[in-house]
Design a protein around this ligand. Sequence first.
Ligand code: ADP
Ligand code: MG
Length: 142
Amino acid sequence: MDYPFERTVYNEEETGKLAKLFAKEIESGDIIILNGELGAGKTFFVKHAASVWGINNVSSPSFAIVNSYKGNFIVYHFDFYRIKNPAELFDIGLNDYLNDTEAVIFIEWGNLFPEILSQPRIEIKIDTLDNSIRKFNFTKYE
Ligand code: ADP
Ligand code: MG
């Protein structure tokens, strides 16, 4: 995948394939931000990406704020949707997670707190074009 990268998919199966293609190039220490409206497919994308590393039980972290998994990589999967104040993120130890170079980190709704995400990262923007049509934009910030 060469960044920036754009791809339109027409159904869930194509999103799943794209997520797996993406996951194959990910290394521990990578931070991946997913932005897009409710139902865009952020959690769906993480679920399929993580399956490449032998993790098959991903669920939405929107209530827990962060879910942790261990497969070929440790995966921390955040959802900032319900966070009201960036102080809450420091309370849960976000910095320790972000500095864990052994883990792969996904953050849904990272765009809600852009000020805390200055590290090298990949941002994925998902636009819902129609019922099952999604446009993905992948951008890398070094
Ligand atoms: P988000 O985490 O962005 O709020 P979810 O991943 O929880 O969204 O939900 C995405 C929903 O959209 C799922 O119900 C999924 O079945 C549906 N969907 C329909 N078409 C697609 C597609 N092409 N890619 C991903 N999800 C899709
Ligand atoms: Mg979600």
